[in-house]
Design a protein around this ligand. Sequence first.
Ligand SMILES: Cc1cc2nc3c(=O)[nH]c(=O)nc-3n(C[C@H](O)[C@H](O)[C@H](O)COP(=O)(O)O)c2cc1C
Length: 195
Amino acid sequence: MNFLELLQKRFACKEFVQKKIEDKDFNYILEAGRLSPSSFGMEPWRFLVIQNQDIKKQLRPLCWNQKQITTCSHLVVIWADIEAVQDESYIWKMFARRELSKEATKAYIERYKAFLQTQNLDCWTQKQCYIAAANMMSAATAKGVDSCPIEGFEKEKVEKFLGVSNIALLLAFGYCAMQKPPKKRLMLEEIVQIV
Ligand SMILES: Cc1cc2nc3c(=O)[nH]c(=O)nc-3n(C[C@H](O)[C@H](O)[C@H](O)COP(=O)(O)O)c2cc1C
């Protein structure tokens, strides 16, 4: 399957059959998230993987009662670590691996910190999470695994229940119980402007 065929194949699955994803396939999906690009290389994404059925059952009413929550094999909560991106030792760890001179590293970090001042941190870190999410869904398709991105949830309640903050989105993975609907997208002429 070439990459565009893979993108054509992926769709938002609304209900999954009872079948577990094998560890090797799920690890492949996680690896696609891990390898994703991020602004300044800060990798603010964190993946909370829920397989426990009781936890999924308790989550479902907080997620617009969507069937994907309880029927999926693996539910991944992608949250953004805002504390890490402001933490001095984390910042040094992430920049030091570029192996620049100490002076250059310091200057780069100053630029980073000035950039942070211009950003809404909730929003900036979550944007990176969406890049990882897209790669994870594509990787899943490559392994024959279906998925659904989920923003339909009560953020404060879910965060309190799971004990995590700044959740960007949820990703449900499994094997779909429904037929793939026809792909509906705007035409290129409607979204591309060439100057
Ligand atoms: C960030 C994001 C959040 C979404 N949230 C939900 C959701 O809560 N429930 C749902 O059924 N679909 C959700 N979707 C799926 C979209 O409705 C779907 O991707 C879109 O209609 C295009 O259809 P396709 O993905 O099947 O091609 C979400 C998609 C994205 C990208």
